[in-house]
Design a protein around this ligand. Structure first.
Ligand code: GFB
Length: 305
């Protein structure tokens, strides 16, 4: 088991199923190694859709390894009939996807019909496929149970209470934090990459208003892109300038081209949103950046960073 030290305790969920039984057999027939302890569990031992039961199972077994076989499995016809079990009583679910889950090789602007049209950008394939499955799940809920579970697809979100950690966060909070540090130390602002990639930023408070509208009024299963218009897309350089202006920073700005640019653009159409809400007013970008910078300055101590 490679890097592990001490006892090896392997929990096999779905241990009574087709594959679980087969593993049980080959282990019993001598394929197990000395020092290995195998624990096979089935739905009789714990309902893994119940968080408390799952936690209790893990506390009891304390596995060092897990083979996760538990699943709802059936042939084609059972699958058509029972695409999903459902959360009884939940009338609506709005999940949150992201424009970065769209295919990397695509035409622009991206729209809601294109989510599954090809592989996502390699930088975030795990996140993208997980998010894409929410759309699959929503369609299945509708097909089997007539539920209008849906998803929104925002572009790059920013605003108060963001994560301003420079290494882990997104570009705007990262730049705001960096400008703050550059100002206090009198050093240059280093923007990562070439500054040429383009993004549509949406202010968290605008997104929140749109979320409420979706919850109350939007009745489709198909997701909806929540974005400013294509004409409001800005380059990373322009975003950095907006932050510098808002924070009254007049020092040197350096572009560190040894750092990745990521996706060059993921320009999204807000045509569907506009068809529903032609009059929705987005907060102007510069004003939203200013409000976010002010929030960071006023909440510096408690801000996530
Ligand atoms: O917001 P961001 O990290 O993510 O933006 P994505 C990355 C772009 O900003 C790249 C440049 O072009 C970077 O080179 N950049 C410049 C910086 N300076 C900085 C900096 O200080 N920090 C950061 N982070 N970038 C996101 C996904 O992709 O798309 C999210 O990661 C989300 O999860 C969102 O789904 C929609 O825009 O590339």
């Amino acid at each position: 088991m490679g890097e592990s030290e001490g006892p090896t305790r392997i929990l096999v969920t779905g241990g009574s199923g087709l594959v679980g039984r087969a593993i049980q057999k080959v282990v019993a027939d001598g394929a197990g190694l000395p020092g290995e302890e195998w624990v096979f569990v089935s739905s009789k031992d714990a309902d893994l859709t119940d968080a408390a039961q799952t936690r209790a199972l893990f506390e009891k077994v304390q596995p060092t390894h897990v083979i996760h076989l538990a699943a709802m499995v059936g042939g084609l016809f059972r699958n058509i009939k029972y695409n999903l079990d459902f959360w009884v009583g939940t009338r609506k679910v709005v999940s949150c996807l992201s424009t970065c889950i769209f295919p990397d090789k695509t035409t622009y602007p991206i729209d809601e019909t294109m989510i599954h049209n090809g592989p996502p950008h390699s930088s975030n394939f795990g996140y993208s496929y997980a998010k894409r499955m929410i759309d699959v799940q929503n369609r299945a809920y509708f097909q089997q149970h007539g539920r209008t579970f849906t998803a929104v697809i925002p572009t790059n979100v920013f605003g108060p209470h963001d994560n301003f950690n420079i290494e882990d966060g997104h570009v705007l909070p990262g730049l705001i934090h960096k400008v703050h540090l550059a100002k206090s130390s009198g050093s240059a602002l280093t923007v990562w990459g070439t500054g040429t990639p383009r993004r549509q930023f949406i202010y968290s408070l605008d997104l929140a208003r749109l979320f409420l509208w979706v919850l109350r009024e939007y009745s489709e299963v198909e997701p909806i892109i929540l974005s400013v218009g294509e004409e409001d897309e800005v380059s990373i350089r322009e975003a950095a300038e907006a932050v510098a202006d808002a924070m009254d920073f007049h020092g040197e700005v350096i572009f560190d081209t040894s750092k990745s640019d990521g996706q060059f653009k993921k320009t999204a159409s807000n045509g569907k949103l506009r068809a529903h809400l032609p009059d929705f007013q987005f907060t102007p970008f510069k004003q939203a950046v200013k409000e976010t910078c002010n929030w960071f300055a006023e909440n510096y101590k408690q801000a996530r960073k």
